[in-house]
Design a protein around this ligand. Structure first.
Ligand SMILES: C[S@@+](CC[C@H](N)C(=O)[O-])C[C@H]1O[C@@H](n2cnc3c(N)ncnc32)[C@H](O)[C@@H]1O
Length: 392
């Protein structure tokens, strides 16, 4: 059994895990239990850390967790050769970093008497940042350990990390791209990974010559989804209304291939998503659709009616056009806009309640409802509502 520490928007993160690993359930508000052999954190946009569950302990206070840690590891690591590097992250407890640190110090002194040497990573906070975990390579070898200790409704879990999200690599993939365009709004690579994973495990069309599953992004812009899908070893197909965007995607994909020494299967074409005929095979469609103009303050009512009508028209026509071309069962993960007003309420696109008429149905998930998949930062007016659909 594994535990995943979920990202800033836990409902979206657990949806991603459920679509990739199937047997997933909430453990606490910020963590999920995953019944799988292994969690590949590098492929997940929504999880910060993952770990193998070592102990499940009844109780809800740090003292109980602390005693168990010292008892278990003073035995397990007694007389161990080589130095152990240890970090401890405590999620959901009231104790501060000093108390967490104290547990490590008690363990260190117990181990010293058996001849085991331990380097304890100092806690500035109750949890180690993903950057600290990653930088110290915690979880990536036998003697570099991060204990992930989580308080949930049903008790406490003590897990050994198997890796943390590499935020440095994600930032480099975002900021290092030669062609960026603030106006079309660049999707964070993390969210692109999440959206690709929400399509679920993909297989190549058995009737096609191409032996790799192929992902279409019909609003490809600067190509973030294509880039992340390529890194996940999918063949990628991007179309966009604007020729400049196709050039940007081409340049960015060339950059990532040279940087990571990859040979991707890429197709790029100019096309209006409302009318284009795409080449087959298409095994999944993942896109951040047209979101309308960016806003730095809530738009006036008349402006909102205009932009909502416009985006709803383009995205509905696109979905209709697509439904006539892809095979039943093809997953379609589409980010559409929703606008936040001054009271923090969202105005949604009319089409989100009409996907049935357009030829799709929502993929049902056990842990979240479709309306929980709303991705936004507190300072943003235009949120991205993620529709996880399947062609009927
Ligand atoms: C929100 S951006 C997508 C950004 C993209 N995810 C990226 O990584 O840069 C929307 C894109 O849709 C394109 N677009 C707008 N209307 C379109 C249409 N009718 N058909 C195809 N593309 C369209 C725009 O040119 C823009 O590049």
């Amino acid at each position: 059994m594994h535990i995943a520490i979920l990202g800033r928007q836990p409902a979206i993160s657990i949806a991603e895990l459920e679509r990739v690993y199937g047997d997933v359930s909430w453990f606490s508000e910020i963590s999920a239990l995953v019944n799988a052999d292994y969690i590949d954190i590098t492929r997940l946009g929504g999880s910060q850390k993952a770990g193998t569950v070592v102990l499940q302990v009844p109780g809800r206070d740090w003292r109980t967790a602390s005693m168990k840690i010292v008892q278990h590891y003073s035995g397990a690591w007694a007389h161990k050769e080589g130095k152990i590097t240890l970090g401890i992250s405590a999620y959901g407890f009231n104790e501060g970093p000093r108390d967490i640190q104290k547990t490590g110090l008690v363990l260190k002194s117990k181990l010293k008497s058996t001849g085991t040497s331990l380097r304890l990573i100092p806690n500035q906070e109750s949890v180690l940042s993903t950057a600290t975990s990653h930088h110290n390579k915690l979880g990536l070898s036998d003697n570099k350990v991060e204990l992930i200790v989580v308080k949930g409704q049903s008790g406490i879990i003590i897990a050994e990390s198997t890796g943390a999200q590499n935020i440095t690599a994600l930032a480099a993939r975002d900021q290092g791209r030669p062609k960026r365009d603030a106006f079309v709004g660049m999707l964070p690579p993390k969210l692109a990974q999440i959206m690709i994973n929400l399509a679920g495990p993909l297989t190549a069309d058995p009737d096609a010559e191409l032996k790799q599953p192929r992902i279409l992004d019909p609003f490809c812009g600067t190509g973030v989804i294509l880039q992340e899908a390529g890194l996940m070893r999918y063949a990628v197909y991007g179309t966009d209304l604007v020729e400049k965007m196709i050039d940007f995607s081409r340049t960015n994909l060339k950059w990532i291939q040279e940087k990571d020494n990859l040979d991707l299967n890429v197709t790029l074409q100019v096309g209006d998503a409302m009318t284009t005929t795409w080449d087959m095979p298409i095994d999944a469609v993942i896109a951040e659709g047209y979101l309308g103009q960016p806003f730095s303050a809530p738009p006036s009512n008349s402006k909102l009616v205009e932009v909502r009508g416009n985006t709803n028209h383009i995205l509905s026509e696109f979905l209709k056009n697509l439904a006539n071309q892809i095979k039943p069962g093809t997953p379609v993960v589409l980010a559409v806009p929703a606008w936040k007003d001054i009271d923090g309420r969202f105005t949604h696109l009319p089409l989100i309640t009409k996907v049935d008429e357009l030829g799709y149905e929502y993929i049902q998930m056990r842990n979240v409802r479709p309306d929980q998949l709303l991705y936004f930062r507190p300072d943003q007016i235009v949120a991205r509502e993620i529709l996880v659909l399947v062609k009927k």
